[in-house]
Structure formats: structure tokens, C-alpha cells
Design a protein around this ligand. Structure first.
Ligand code: VGL
Ligand code: ZN
Length: 210
């Protein structure tokens, strides 16, 4: 496939220590994405990376909700929200990119989830579905129209970024082998159905590079 040139952007979602093995919210096989992601970073002319970046008392952390456990769902003013173990706290080692990730060529780092009262899965929009990160405006101003998504986790931040990319009228592609899921309950099945329904296309790193 002809991809990676002008008009295309690789969006590398949350490849951070806390989502990899030994991390606070480790995604099964999360580290496996680093190798294909690095190949893709080298290939793409334009690369954007995202960084989950929470204050220490973020409202998505289960410890902020007495009597609640990680992975339970609670009602927030903006709707349902899953609670997580404390992860990706601003300035801590867990919030750093995976040490092997070659993110140096990235043209933009989008930080998200920095507002205490709102969680943010998507690289475009926070979970209240109103507050924006600014990424859509950035991509439009730079005439980047095809968004290729990779990173962690497929059923949360990568998936919701793809959903919003489509909703905001970008072409969205998922590079399957360069992403992995947290898989809480049926989160992965749900996300796959949703991505299928809205026309998010998928391919492998090999297909993209050949
Ligand atoms: C993520 C849960 C909480 C992700 C971030 O990057 O998919 N998931 N914060
Ligand atoms: Zn988070």
C-alpha cells in the first residue's frame, strides 16, 4: 500500500511504561507493539505521539473512589467511566514512553487526561465528548487527512481515537499488529464491532510497508 507520505499521519497512542509489562496498567503483550511501531515511525513522513498524562489525584483512579475497585464502572457527571489503577501520573517513570520507542521524529506530542475531573481515551476528545485536545485542528491545518493508528490500548485509547477520527471526517486505518488490547469484559469485541460499523479499515505493518 502507498502510505506514509504527504497527507498521511502515524498516530502512536500511549506507548508508555505503565501500559507495558511491569507497568501499573499493563496491557497483555503491550511491549510487542514497540518493534512494529518503530518500523512505522521510520517509514512515515509525519508522526504524532500521544501521552496519557494524569494528575496524581485523577478521577479515573479507583483510589479516588472510596469502596471502589479498579476496573469497576462508576457514574461521572459526563456518564459512565471505568476506574483504573493509578497510572501515567505526570512526571513519573510510568508516564514515560517505552524506553525502546523511537519517538524522536515525532512532530507533536499530544498529552491527554490532564484535567482532574475528566478522563480522556481518544487523542481527539475527552470522555465528556465535548472537551477537545486540539489534534483535529492541528491535522486539518497541516492537511493531514489519513490517520494511521497504532499503540495501546486497542479497546480504549486507540479504538476511541479511531472512532473520533472517523467522526471528525478523517480517513482512519488501524495497523493491527502494532496494537494490543486491555480486554476488560467484552471491551475488545465491542470496540471491533464499532470500528467495523463506522468504516475504520485495517491492515498489517507488512502490508503497509510493501
Ligand atoms: C488507557 C485506560 C486508561 C489507554 C489510558 O491508553 O488505552 N486506558 N488510560
Ligand atoms: Zn489513563
Amino acid at each position: 500500500m502507498q502510505a506514509g507520505g504527504e497527507g498521511d499521519v502515524l498516530v502512536v497512542v500511549d506507548v508508555q511504561r505503565d501500559f507495558c509489562s511491569g507497568g501499573a496498567l499493563a496491557v497483555p503483550d503491550g511491549d510487542v507493539v514497540v518493534a512494529p511501531v518503530n518500523r512505522l515511525i521510520e517509514h512515515f513522513r509525519h508522526v504524532v505521539v500521544t501521552q496519557d498524562w494524569h494528575p496524581p489525584d485523577h478521577s479515573s483512579f479507583a483510589v479516588q473512589h472510596p469502596g471502589r475497585q479498579p476496573y469497576e464502572v462508576v457514574e461521572m457527571p459526563y456518564g459512565e467511566q471505568r476506574l483504573w489503577p493509578t497510572h501515567c501520573v505526570q512526571g513519573t517513570p510510568g508516564a514515560e514512553f517505552h524506553p525502546d520507542l523511537r519517538w524522536g521524529r515525532a512532530e507533536l506530542i499530544v498529552r491527554k487526561g490532564f484535567r482532574r475531573t475528566i478522563d480522556s481515551y481518544s487523542a481527539f476528545m475527552e470522555n465528556d465528548r465535548t472537551t477537545v485536545t486540539g489534534l483535529a485542528g492541528y491535522l486539518r491545518e497541516r492537511a493531514l487527512k489519513r490517520v494511521f493508528l497504532v499503540g495501546l490500548a486497542l479497546d480504549y485509547c486507540v479504538g476511541f481515537s479511531a472512532v473520533d477520527a472517523r467522526w471528525l471526517d478523517f480517513e482512519a486505518w488501524l495497523v493491527e499488529d502494532a496494537t494490543r488490547a486491555v480486554a476488560v469484559g467484552d471491551s475488545l469485541t465491542q470496540m471491533r464491532l464499532r470500528l467495523e460499523a463506522i468504516g475504520v479499515k485495517h491492515l498489517t505493518t507488512e502490508e503497509l510497508l510493501s
